[in-house]
Design a protein. Structure first.
Length: 137
């Protein structure tokens, strides 16, 4: 014997499906790519020689949401720190090293050489090598 559903349940199910389809808004018809765009990938090749940036502009400009890759090479061992994103990186001569992040915070953020430790347990900063400028979308 088959169980019968009340006649009102079919109408309720149809009304519920229609309400859910309408609540998705304009994004549902355009697919997930419209609702969540892929970030642009920005790659910068940087070289340190004699403790300074070898060439190029000292300002790196990106948009909020960009996937950023700072690819570093150095003529000598060096420790770097990207302020604001709190990324630290050690580079050995002849080897490439990379800082990768999504530019979520807007503003200006310096990449500085990390120096020796202080007696209080902190560290000294060297000169800013580059400034990453993240502009709002």
């Amino acid at each position: 014997m088959c169980a019968r559903r009340p006649a009102g349940s079919a109408r309720f199910a149809a009304a519920l499906a229609a309400a859910l389809a309408l609540s998705a808004g304009p994004w549902a018809a355009r697919g997930p790519a419209f609702a969540q765009a892929q970030p642009a990938e920005r790659v910068f090749e940087l070289r340190i020689e004699g403790g300074k940036l070898a060439q190029g502009d000292r300002a790196i400009r990106v948009q909020q949401g960009d996937a950023v890759r700072l690819r570093w090479r150095s003529s000598a061992p060096v420790d770097l720190h990207l302020h604001g994103y709190d990324i630290e990186l050690h580079i050995e001569p002849g080897a490439a090293a990379e800082m990768a992040f999504v530019a979520r915070a807007t503003g200006r953020f310096t990449v500085e050489v990390h120096g020796t430790r202080t007696p209080a347990g902190g560290h000294r900063h060297g000169p800013a090598l580059v400034t990453v400028e993240v502009y709002p979308k």
